[in-house]
Design a protein around this ligand. Sequence first.
Ligand code: NDP
Ligand code: MG
Length: 386
Amino acid sequence: MKYISLLGATGSIGKQTADVVRAHPDQFKIVALSAGKNIDLVRMYIKEFEPELVSVQTKEDYELLKSEYPNRKNLEFMYGDEGITAVAVYDQATVLVNAVIGSVGLYPTLQAIKAGKDIAIANKETLVTAGHLVIDEAKKAGVSLLPVDSEHSAIFQALQGEKEKNIERLVITASGGSFRDRTREELQGVTVEEALNHPNWSMGAKITIDSASMMNKGLEVIEAHWLFDLPYEKIDVVLHRESIIHSMVEFHDSSVMAQLGTPDMRVPIQYALTYPDRLPLVGRKRLNLAEAGKLHFSEMDFTRYPCLQFAYKAGKMGGTMTTVLNAANEAAVAAFLSGKVSFLEIENLIERALNKHTVIASPDLETIQEVDIMTRKFIESIVKDR
Ligand code: NDP
Ligand code: MG
């Protein structure tokens, strides 16, 4: 039995993790979970999974929940930063599934690593903002970082039994997001609703916007740099509209290993939990290549997608530059989702934040947190009167 603590239980990845647990109750048990504001779903989880610790974002929700379960044994509630960290390090859990969104996941992740938990990581912003800290701590503690992001799971699977020294390059596939068939001119005035309409995947709002701007792929390049310890020159991106090949590894002898499947996040989530074993994925659609007929690939256009260019540039500069990239993106996407800025302004805001910043090499946690807050304030000061 694997005992799981789950951050971001009420989100897209959180719900699909719950599905995986539901399908294999003899293998997995959720012992602690954290949510944001979706209290209705928290109540359903308490009923179904009987977790021992539940954390929510606000004090009000915490007090409400506490009052609703007055005599319940083996159920504790917490809230805020302290609560999410307590879930991450929960004693009975052997693995942390980190499916929270944003750099708010960084501190709990570091604490969970120090507490000796293996981490199934979906929360890519944590690796982008401070990958060096996460990797260093994981090495020190001897815990595993198991990728949940589908591209990184694909690479991880393609590398089983291989030696890292034989890798020529990684090829990360990109679906192109909701605006892949539009020119840059056609992006003027696109709505939030249009941006949220992803052709292949059903995901949370922020990552769906990141996919449309191609920042998601940029974040994934940086995520791959940390997870697989490779220089940016060895990480490429190719457009592949069907999202059937989830990514590839090319070796020195020119062999290419790819992992394929229908787009379904339950596969990489489950693999992170069963690795190095596998379990059946009951009731899911299996890949039928004859039905797919054709797979398409095309070169990535960095002029069409400046966010991908920013990510490579920030990644190569390293230090606090990727912290700025991530925080500026989080703030700019939030401003777009709340109708304050246009879609094309997202990239403009990020570029301004990057240009303004003087990189600090090898930042510690405190510096990362300061830069993160300052960057958000900078973006907010630009958009506040809109
Ligand atoms: P969602 O927006 O769907 O879910 C985010 C989760 O985090 C929710 O449970 C939300 O709570 C919670 N949350 C948000 N802000 C806070 C906060 N300040 N404090 C505590 N909890 C908070 O995101 P996704 O599931 O789409 O994405 C999660 C992570 O996985 C991201 O890093 C994303 O990049 C990555 N990922 C997602 C994929 C997908 O298919 N969705 C694919 C690959 C990677 P609530 O809803 O209760 O408010
Ligand atoms: Mg991905």
